[in-house]
Design a protein around this ligand. Structure first.
Ligand code: COA
Length: 268
């Protein structure tokens, strides 16, 4: 299975398990993750969930670029929607979800972590939203959730430059709650999950939902627009070049955007 579930008493650990691809998420793995979350949603004896990535290099190194490279806009929209379904499911679960970020959390991996209630990181963790270098905007909620966590200024910088944020900076800017040595990360995540699990499940769940309401505002319009703009990027020269460059292990070169006739300034 590309997504594993392990029970430890009142805790469930979900491991995204494709370490040879740095746990990059294709639609099959996204569906498996969605299925795992739905399954745990039904199990009230699970009081807290930890999500992590297999291996010691990556949490999730992003959406699978080899799958995205060939998508048409309608397929891009479907891909955004599966990502949105997974991240919404995490937010809607009764149980809190802790992301144990054990390495790269790039693009969709950063967005997955952002949907979780709490983020803990290994000292090797790296966060980034590098999508604009691939010719697409973030498509799984990053444009809506990152600013809520780190503030609009840093969110803009991360999304518009694609700059990587290491574990120490992530801690300083509040992107993660704590940083631990890689070998100790899961132990700390499980200890925190057990502490949550020892509390009233009803009160924990109510608290999660209420904090979600306060933070969310009304993101549904933003998410719908995000999915549409993500989809629109597929088939563009920038998306083809950005993803082909990654797959061919070279630097992408993007052409200037053409200004459509009717938007040009006729006085110039
Ligand atoms: N999609 C598809 N495959 C990916 C991937 C992604 N997002 N991230 C990593 N992989 C694959 C690589 O293609 C490689 O596969 P291969 O061995 O079949 O060639 C494997 O995972 C290992 O990655 P590699 O690039 O060789 O490791 P590295 O240590 O040189 O670099 C990263 C690690 C994370 C810096 C690099 O893989 C990377 O930049 N990944 C893409 C990150 C990204 O842009 N994510 C956002 C997507 S929206």
């Amino acid at each position: 299975m590309s997504v594993d579930i392990e029970r430890r008493g009142a805790i469930a650990i979900i491991t995204i398990n494709q370490p040879d691809k740095l746990n990059a998420m294709n639609s099959e793995r996204l569906r498996a993750l969605h299925g795992a979350l739905r399954q745990l949603d039904m199990v009230r004896s699970v009081r807290c969930i930890v999500v992590t990535g297999a291996g010691d290099r990556a949490f999730v190194a992003g959406a699978d670029i080899s799958e995205m490279a060939t998508l048409a806009p309608d397929e891009g929209l479907a891909f955004a929607r599966i990502g949105h379904a997974v991240t919404a499911k995490i937010e809607q679960l009764a149980q809190p979800v802790i992301a144990a970020v054990n390495g790269f959390a790039l693009g969709g991996g950063c967005e997955l972590a952002l949907a979780c209630d709490i983020r803990l990181a290994s000292d090797t963790a790296v966060f980034a939203q590098p999508e604009v270098g691939l010719g697409v905007p973030p498509g799984w909620g990053g444009t809506q959730r990152l600013a809520r966590v780190v503030g609009p200024g840093l969110a803009s910088e991360m999304i518009l430059t694609g700059r990587r944020v290491d574990a120490a900076e992530a801690l300083r800017v509040g992107l993660v709650n704590a940083v631990h040595a890689g070998a100790e990360l899961m132990e700390h995540a499980v200890t925190m999950a057990e502490r949550i699990a020892a509390n009233s499940p009803r009160a924990v769940s109510a608290s999660k939902q209420l904090m979600g309401l306060a933070l969310a505002g009304n993101p549904s319009n933003g998410l719908a627009t995000e999915a549409r703009r993500f989809a629109d990027a597929f088939g563009s020269a920038d998306q083809r070049e950005g993803m082909a460059a990654f797959l061919e292990k070279r630097t992408a070169t993007f052409q200037d955007e053409q200004v459509p006739e009717q938007e040009g300034n006729s006085d110039r």
